[in-house]
Write a protein that binds this ligand. Sequence first.
Ligand code: FES
Length: 175
Amino acid sequence: MADETPPSPTPASRSAEGASTKRTRRSLMEWGIHLLAALATAMVALPVLGTLLSPIYARSKSENWVTVGASDQFPDGETVKVVFKQVKRDGYMESEHPVTVYVSRQADRYTVFSATCTHLGCAVNWIGAEKKFQCPCHNGAFGPDGKVLYGPPPKPLPQLQARVNGDGQLEVLAI
Ligand code: FES
């Protein structure tokens, strides 16, 4: 009968085995450290990235075209006052604000002026007979093209983007 007892490990083979186990433990620990470092980096980087990208996301979300009426309801060559409601979002809060604009039509071209004076923010009025926007606060005035005629306003009336949609409705890009 042959002796089938496996040969007992020599001190050299035991030492090699121990080194291999140490290497495995070491690589496991290194892997764990790398994982923790990656998680820590992600915890710092993701909020920063979110903050940096949020204006882009907010801008695309806030692009808000508002219908202000049928385009043919605005007489050619005239300027008409329109008030529409704009929804504003502040975090989780939503509120509606009335926005006053003046729509000026020249054939198929629609120009939409903000009614807010560029001096101190009073609401201007369109004086059709004099073809000008008059500000009641400090006697500022703007021409039919929105440019300053006289008074303290430092710049022309702001214009809002406008378009006529496929249904013939005039839409304004609310800011
Ligand atoms: S606020 Fe309009 S002129 Fe001052």
